[in-house]
Design a protein around this ligand. Sequence first.
Ligand SMILES: O=P(O)(O)OC[C@H](O)CO
Length: 182
Amino acid sequence: MVSLYNPANILTVVRIILVPVFVAIAVASGLTGTGQRIAACLVFCVASATDYVDGWIARKWSMVTSFGKIADPIADKALTGTALVLLSAYDRLPWWVTVVILAREWGVTALRFWVIRFGVIAASRGGKLKTVLQIGAIAWYLWPVPHPADVVGPWLMGAALVVTVVTGGDYVLQALRLRRGN
Ligand SMILES: O=P(O)(O)OC[C@H](O)CO
């Protein structure tokens, strides 16, 4: 039996703990100032990197647990959701983008709990791609690049948005299949 307190799960918890650290830096600076934005971006990237490492550890040393399957996506959503809200609050990203992504993310989380009696909906390949795109787009928006001339950021965020919505629909179908028992 795999211990709950394994390195993969501990890294997931570290990611959750880094969320308030990221918020503190972002709020203290109002996401202005080159140094502060670089600091916020670096904390965000380190926290995001734990997502890759915990998954790798869990697979390599067979440390996949039900806790990890549920907590890992929640930790991702806490981090990316917080970053999106802050970017919108500081006028760096339109609110509608944040609202659509948050609705999908927390809708899928609610869906996971709704069907938990029937089985666990683990992160799909599309879900992982979505997370990579979201992290890349958010990091780009946090980094102090010249925004008026920036075309990369909106394209990255647009791609993240499309994959976010499409994979959300796929999870709805998975949940319905689980409930039907096939
Ligand atoms: O799309 P989700 O909800 O399965 O989330 C995917 C995870 O964030 C990948 O680590």
